[in-house]
Every structure is written in structure tokens, then in C-alpha cells.
Design a protein around this ligand. Structure first.
Ligand SMILES: [Zn+2]
Length: 244
């Protein structure tokens, strides 16, 4: 289902909230690069540092991996034009949409006052007949949804945020959910696809050999919008909620 939401303005301030260091680039990298190039200020809040994202059996403790992945995140953020990266350093694979996580996210919404929040769709549990969604993705997505409304908006939610830190209630205007079960908005990211690929290549611990990865990404063009093979077109889809 795609409604006509083509007239959404480029946001001025964006808070991006995801579970793992490479999620923003994979799910929305083309759109984020586009916004950055149009002058938006982007802040990335990462709930974990991806301390379990490895198949290397010689690695028995994820702490060193987490530090490496934080460094990769900073490089990728620079490549995309994300100005600030914040790590909550929760444990990879153990996220749950509890009140503590909701509070963390609501606090950053009030602090950063974004007009758009970017996350993913909490309803996506699996896709097609062969892919399961990572539980951290939908746990964080659900906490984001609950933080945007009502926790960040109404001052009696986590009243200490206002009382002790002076963080006033804040209404987010736009919520963008990647990995959407029912997308209603598409962004043509052909012009920033290369930015997305190069940002992802910064995640060396995840994407493997750079040239082979670039090749796989080249094949991800959208067959509906690609009219001839010489000029592939790339698209990212979202569920967009207009909340204010
Ligand atoms: Zn992930």
C-alpha cells in the first residue's frame, strides 16, 4: 500500500534510533545521506554496540568487537553526514521494549527535539519465506514508538525528566519506520546509493570483502523503477506517520 505522501519536507533535525551499528546504513542509508546533503542535522542513537555480531569461533568475548564496531559506526556516520553518534551500550541480542529503554529514548527525543525520528517497524517479525527479523530490531522499534508517543510528548511520563533535568515534553512531527510491513512512502535514493554502499563498507566486521559487497549492493536496484539495465534505480521504503 503506497499512499501519496510525496510532499514530505526534508527534516531539519533527525534522531535515528536503531539496535545495531550497521542498521541505519542498511535500512535507510540512502535517505539519510540525501537528508544530510540537503542540510539536515542527524543524530544517531545506537542501543547496542553489536557485541554478538560475529561468526568467528575464536572470539569468545564480544567486548573487543563492540569497540571495533563503534569505530566502524563513527566512520560510516562521517561518510553519510551524520553529525553525532551516541551509544547506549546495551547488550546485543538481549533487547526488550521495557520502560528503561523507552525512558532512554524519550529522554533523547526531548534533549534533541527532532522533527523526524527514524527507526524500523516493530510489526516486522519475518519476511518472505526465508528471513527472520532480529529480535533487537523490533524490540528497539517498539520502544521508539512508545517513546515518541506518549512518553516524550506528555510531561507526566517519566516526570523526573522534566522535574530534575528540565527536559520539556516534546511532540515529534514525523516518524519514519524502515522495514515496513505496509510502506506508504518511497524515497528514490539512486543519487545517494554510492554513499550508502561506502558507508556500509566502513562496517568491515560485517560486510566482508568490499568489492564483492559492492557487487551485491549493485544488484539491489528496484525492478519497477529501473527502465534499462544501464541506469539502475534504487529505492528505500518506509511507513511514515505524521503525528503533529
Ligand atoms: Zn541489526
Amino acid at each position: 500500500m503506497l499512499e501519496n505522501l510525496t510532499a514530505i519536507p526534508v527534516p531539519e533535525r533527525v534522531l535515528i534510533v536503531y539496535a545495531h551499528p550497521d542498521d541505519a546504513e542498511f535500512f535507510a542509508g540512502g535517505t539519510l545521506a540525501k537528508w544530510a546533503q540537503a542540510g539536515a542535522h542527524l543524530t544517531l542513537l545506537l542501543v547496542t554496540s553489536g557485541d554478538k555480531g560475529s561468526g568467528d569461533l575464536t572470539l569468545l568475548d564480544g567486548q573487543q568487537l563492540a569497540r571495533q564496531r563503534e569505530a566502524e559506526s563513527h566512520s560510516a556516520a562521517r561518510r553519510l553526514g551524520i553529525q553525532e553518534v551516541i551509544f547506549l551500550r546495551g547488550r546485543d541480542g538481549e533487547q526488550y521494549p521495557n520502560l528503561a529503554l523507552r525512558r532512554h529514548i524519550a529522554r533523547f527525543i526531548r534533549l534533541k527535539q527532532p522533527d523526524a525520528v527514524m527507526s524500523s517497524d516493530p510489526l516486522l517479525r519475518y519476511r518472505d519465506s526465508s528471513r527472520a527479523n532480529h529480535p533487537d530490531h523490533y524490540a528497539v522499534a517498539e520502544a521508539v514508538l512508545n517513546a515518541v508517543f506518549p512518553a516524550a510528548r506528555d510531561h507526566l511520563n517519566f516526570p523526573e525528566l522534566f522535574r530534575d533535568e528540565g527536559l520539556a515534553p516534546y511532540k515529534v512531527a514525523w516518524l519514519y519506520l524502515a522495514l515496513a510491513l505496509e510502506p506508504n512512502y518511497r524515497v528514490d535514493v539512486t543519487d545517494t546509493w554510492q554513499d550508502k554502499v561506502e558507508a556500509l563498507q566502513c562496517h568491515a566486521s560485517q560486510v566482508g570483502e568490499p568489492a564483492a559487497f559492492a557487487e551485491r549492493m549493485r544488484d539491489r536496484f528496484d525492478p519497477i523503477y529501473t527502465l534499462d539495465a544501464e541506469h539502475p534505480r534504487y529505492v528505500e521504503h518506509f511507513r511514515v506517520l505524521k503525528l503533529a
